[in-house]
Ligand binder design. Structure first.
Ligand code: UD1
Length: 418
């Protein structure tokens, strides 16, 4: 098993170009099958979750080919509509293929995605939306059979603005007769990126970024080229790293508006931040102070995916910061690992209180999930001595090459392959 080894205590200086967004490219890869032709995704990040999506596309009979940072998908031929269990297990968000396969073939089969490291992650909202479009769903021994002689557009109100359910509903609605109006939709920027991609492909989708999204189904599709939006969570991670370690970092290929709640918190903590078109600069002397309560919420609220990295940045701050995790049940698994480095964090249910300590000490730790793993990178950079992070496959799901990127910023960081 590989490890990431960090010798902490060095300031970060330099410029970094932010990778394409994981949470954007995954639904877009599922969406490529709506078009029986070629689509090119530029700025596609090389991530293990992207490779997992490619394996699903190939299993379905589609072709996918890398050329540098561009991924070309040819879905001219799609010979199957099932996703076997071993591919579903690799990545929970493969459930987004459900709506897309259904729209393309009129049926789909996949295993039920189980719980994951963040606690139970039900898909009831996804299934309700598909049923409302006319799909029949049957569950049998952990397998989902989904069929629709015909999908029909209609008004659908989500009981909660789930990101995945919004994406699944949009993709299925692209294959439905007439107009679908999706109410209480998620407003995350990744939904807007999906809409942009679908429109480039000839689909008619509007309203993304607001709570009401309209989809006019069964449009003639065409070959398309799309550039994946920058990853706001990877950006938040590198900002948190520079805040914690101290230094001055400029991020390029970024939409600073997507990061407003994260930069507001880092500003409160004492960092100087300046955003321009496509860039963001953060300066920190590494001596941070606590910030007002951080409550995770759907966009435009504070992103749950940035909770762990902000927490890691504040471990050495003056004072105490309260975190309230409102999105997922089991999202403090990084806390025990951070404690091994000397962090003072108490957790009760959804609330975590971080009391700043004067110093952190490098330790042997283990990534427990993707963003929890990223928090260990941030803490390791701010700690004295050597931090050795195991189970880094979690980190590789969402970060293209953190060793390269943080190394470029002057961190002493290496990948120890075994
Ligand atoms: C997506 C992101 C993930 C991010 C999350 C919230 C991707 C690949 N993943 O996950 O990184 O942390 O949004 O911003 O884009 N829920 C239900 N029933 C459902 C669906 C969701 O109860 O049918 C609940 C979930 O358990 C969770 C909450 O709704 O508590 C939010 O989940 P959702 O917005 O669906 O997140 P994901 O799409 O899974």
């Amino acid at each position: 098993m590989s490890h990431i080894v960090i010798e902490g205590g060095r300031r970060l200086e330099g410029t970094l170009t932010v990778q394409g967004a994981k949470n954007s490219v995954l639904p877009i890869l599922a969406a490529t099958i709506l078009h029986p032709g070629r689509t090119v995704l530029r700025g596609c990040p090389h991530l293990s979750d992207v490779e997992a999506s490619i394996r699903i596309l190939r299993h379905l009979g589609c072709e996918a080919r890398w050329e540098g940072e561009a991924l070309t998908v040819d879905a001219g031929v799609m010979s199957r509509g099932d996703v076997p269990e071993h591919l579903m297990r690799e990545m929970r968000s493969s459930v987004i293929f459900l709506g897309a396969i259904l729209a393309r073939l009129g049926w789909a089969e996949m295993s039920y995605p189980g719980g994951c490291e963040l606690g139970p992650r039900p898909i009831d909202l996804h299934l309700t939306a598909l049923r409302q479009l006319g799909a029949e769903l049957a569950e049998e021994g952990g397998a989902l059979h989904c069929s629709a002689r015909r999908l029909t557009g209609r008004e659908i109100a989500l009981s909660m603005p789930s990101v995945g359910a919004t994406e699944n509903a949009i993709l299925a609605a692209c294959g439905a007769e007439g107009e679908t109006v999706l109410l209480n939709a998620a407003r995350e920027p990744e939904i807007t990126d999906l809409q942009d991609f679908l429109c480039a492909m000839g689909c008619r989708v509007r309203g993304a970024g607001s709570s009401t999204i309209c989809i006019l189904g069964r449009r003639q599709t065409r070959d398309a080229v799309h550039t994946v939006m920058p990853d706001r969570i990877a950006a938040a991670t590198y900002l948190a790293a520079a805040a914690a370690a101290g230094g001055e970092v400029e991020l390029r290929r970024i939409n600073y508006r997507h990061l407003s709640t994260v930069t507001a918190a880092l500003h409160e903590a004492g960092c100087q931040i300046a955003g321009g078109e496509g860039t963001l600069t953060l300066r920190s002397d590494g001596a941070l102070r606590s910030v007002p309560t951080v409550r995770t919420a759907p966009y435009p609220g504070f992103p749950t995916d940035a909770q762990a990295v902000l927490m890691a940045a504040l471990l050495r701050s003056q004072g105490a910061t309260v975190f309230v995790e409102n999105m997922f049940e089991n999202r403090y698994r990084h806390v025990d690992e951070l404690r091994r480095m000397g962090a003072d964090i108490s957790v009760a249910d959804r609330v975590a209180v971080v009391t700043g300590v004067p110093r952190l000490c490098g330790a042997s730790v283990r990534a427990t999930d993707l963003r929890g793993g990223a928090a260990l990178l941030v803490a390791g950079l701010a700690a004295e001595g050597v931090t050795r992070i195991g189970d880094i496959h979690h980190i590789q799901r969402g970060y293209e090459d953190p060793v390269r990127d943080l190394g470029l910023l002057g961190a002493r960081i290496t990948l120890e392959e075994e």
